[in-house]
Design a binder for this molecule. Structure first.
Ligand SMILES: *Cc1c(COP(=O)(O)O)cnc(C)c1O
Length: 656
């Protein structure tokens, strides 16, 4: 059986990841235990060595006191209850989990997190986290290198990145930064700052190319630095009071009659965090324009047409969003072509930012990166796979370095604990516009260095207090497994190979099952997420096919009322919608399944779309070479049995 999946981690490579995880069976328990105990003891010695002359404040007799014992027993009782309750958790670590973008945790990250927790660093600033704030800034540089941003802090236009609670807040930060940069040139004009070659009118100022706006900000900073302290204070205050951050959107627009609330253009497949972001920022959900996809990618012709219309209507655009790894299908938008469209629109006078939401797919870049940081050619990458990377996917990932900002979730494909999203921007100078205190740049009159500047992280990030343990976890993981194809990329490669094996097996399954069900992989996977559409033979109604898939999925999801062991596999579902796929694609898929498109159009909520199974192939142990087990095969055998049973009961129900 195993030999049917020759690609999925060839024998020689497989031991490279043996020490990476606790393992599905807890195989590396001794290693984890040793590390945790070692560093816990180390923490205790640290306490004792702070001022060894201070005597212990809790007496050695204390542990025999009834109050002590009562507290201990209450604590134990509650902890045991917690531990027992947690046994109902979703087994993310198991190769039987094929649901969402989460899997086992990398040991370096898990141990770094556990070991840092008792020190309780607060990454709001260096004062509260002398060690881990620096690690967070370094994580930004590690990720910047992975996607092709400049990552040398000695360069004035080095990138910058920081962690967030997740991709949602990183996307929010992208909106906030793009708006600050868009509106700043308008404020400079409003304040009447001399000597800067300001844009000729408000419209031009609001629609600069982000590079031009950044250069203008830089000129302003240099100009300011050359002023006397009194003049500097005066101008800083004047500009400050003309900024959108001071006036609010309504106040700002009231002063600039030519301007309107700018639009955000994103594909229909965009994550719902974009809707939240527009609400949160006060731009209003109506200013999020969703663009159609074609062949599972953002339709750049539609994007270009929309931008042309905006330019004619004098409707400003804040940013276009490309998705690298859509939440539902794992597909990749054509970032390279979106960049070309952005350049053309900017040249025509409609400058705006380009952000990539790579919350899900950001780490795919590891397989494109050499150890020295250079980019591998598509042929070099393709030699490791059967079909990956499609030309469009390669070009999209390779183009990341030219975008303005990127969201990446280490807690997804980074195999790190939740609470770690990341926001990156190409040129760190723009973060001046986020700072709460205007004088952060200048200490006296000397500009601060990069690392020194970001020690007051709380000045720049959406959050305030936040965990330094998260930063330590991501930093240490990226040190143990650098973000190139030979190190971290081995894990990424694994997931892509598993998806390719899954796709091949799905085709075999479709052939074996054709008497009772039409099965289809609706589109080739861009990376490690494979969907499966199903329709019982003879059925032509979408509602009926949906009910069938829903009952399959019902046995593959968490149910706190049932013992975990009753579940054979965990999976997830998503839907195919005409507005996301385009009419032609939708028609092709419905046709291949033998479904009547008319039954989709007239349907109620929920059945105006096709429910499909969705599988994330992220677990490193889907193919167990040790015991010759393929959990991919086992999954399809399980599905086969379930479908046969379901079909039989459908047959009985249909009989007179
Ligand atoms: C997961 C995801 C998000 C949201 O990230 P959270 O970490 O859940 O906040 C945003 N965009 C995409 C494409 C995602 O996959």
């Amino acid at each position: 059986m195993i030999n049917e999946h020759p690609g999925a981690v060839a024998g020689a490579d497989r031991h490279r990841i043996d020490a990476c995880f606790l393992g599905p069976y807890g195989e590396n328990d001794a290693l984890l235990e040793r590390l945790v105990v070692e560093f816990l003891r180390d923490h205790v010695y640290w306490r004792r060595n702070f001022h060894p002359e201070d005597p212990p404040a809790i007496s050695t007799e204390a542990s025999r006191h009834p109050d002590y014992l009562a507290f201990e027993s209450r604590m134990r009782r509650e902890l045991h209850q917690l531990s027992a309750a947690l046994k109902k958790s979703v087994p993310f670590h198991s190769p039987r989990y094929l649901g969402h973008m989460v899997s086992d945790l990398l040991l370096p990250g898990l141990v770094a997190q556990i070991l840092t927790l008792p020190y309780n660093p607060n990454n709001v600033s260096e004062d509260a986290a002398p060690v881990t704030v620096d690690m967070e800034v370094q994580v930004g540089l590690q990720l910047a290198r992975m996607i092709g941003y400049r990552h040398d802090p000695a360069q004035p236009d080095c990138a910058f990145g920081h962690l967030t609670s997740g991709g949602t807040v990183a996307n929010y930060q992208a909106l906030r930064l793009a708006l600050a940069l868009k509106a700043f040139p308008v404020a400079l004009r409003d304040a009447g700052v001399p000597d800067l070659e300001l844009p000729e009118d408000d419209w031009c100022a609001f629609n600069l190319h982000p590079h031009a706006a950044t250069a203008l900000l830089d000129r302003y900073q240099s100009w300011l630095a050359a002023q006397s302290p009194a003049q500097r204070r005066h101008w800083r205050q004047r500009v400050q009071s003309a900024r959108i951050e001071h006036l609010g959107l309504a106040g700002f627009l009231a002063r600039h009659a030519e301007l309107r609330v700018p639009l955000v253009l994103a594909p229909v497949t965009a994550h719902y965090s974009w809707s939240k972001g527009l609400k949160l920022l006060g731009l209003g959900r109506a200013h999020l324009q969703l663009l159609p996809e074609r062949g599972m990618r953002l339709d750049t012709d539609a994007l270009e047409a929309m931008l042309d219309r905006c330019r004619r209507d004098r409707q400003p655009v804040l940013m276009t969003v490309g998705v690298l790894g859509t939440t539902e299908y794992g597909t990749v938008d054509p970032i390279d072509r979106m960049l070309e469209v952005r350049e053309r629109a900017s040249t025509a006078g409609l400058g705006h930012s380009l952000h990539v939401d790579a919350a899900w797919g950001g780490y795919l870049a590891t397989v494109l990166r050499n150890e020295d940081g250079s980019l591998r050619s598509r042929d070099e990458v393709a030699a490791d796979y059967q079909a990956f990377p499609a030309a469009e996917v390669y070009s999209a990932i390779a183009a990341l370095g030219d975008t303005d900002s990127v969201t990446i979730d280490p807690h997804k494909l980074g195999y790190l604990p939740f609470g770690t999203g990341a926001f990156l921007c190409r040129d760190h100078r723009v973060t001046a516009l986020l700072a709460e205190e205007a004088d952060y740049v200048f200490h006296g009159s000397a500009p601060k260095g990069y690392l020194e500047r970001y020690r007051s992280l709380g000045q720049f990030i959406p959050e305030g207090s936040k965990s330094g343990a998260n930063a330590a976890a991501v930093f240490v993981t990226h040190r143990v497994l650098p973000l190139d194809h030979r190190h971290f990329g081995q894990l990424t490669r694994q997931t892509i190979l598993a998806a390719e094996a899954f796709h091949r097996r799905a085709m075999v399954f479709a052939g074996q099952m054709q008497a009772c069900v039409a099965a289809l992989v609706p589109f080739a996977a861009d990376s490690n997420l494979v969907c499966l559409a199903l329709n019982p033979r003879g059925n032509r109604e979408v509602a009926e096919a949906n009910a069938f898939v829903r009952s399959l999925h019902d046995e593959m999801r968490a149910d706190p009322g049932q013992p975990l062991q009753l579940k054979q596999f965990f999976g997830s579902v998503t839907t195919l919608r005409p507005e996301a796929l385009g009419a032609a694609e939708m028609q092709r898929i419905l046709g291949a399944l033998g479904l009547d498109a008319a039954t989709l159009e007239g349907a109620d909520d929920g059945d105006d779309r096709l429910l499909i199974l969705r599988h994330t192939l992220m677990n490193p142990y889907l193919i167990d070479h040790e015991n010759g087990i393929s959990y991919i095969d086992r999954y399809f055998e399980y599905l086969q049995e379930r479908i046969s049973r379901l079909s039989a009961s459908r047959g009985r129900a249909a009989a007179p």
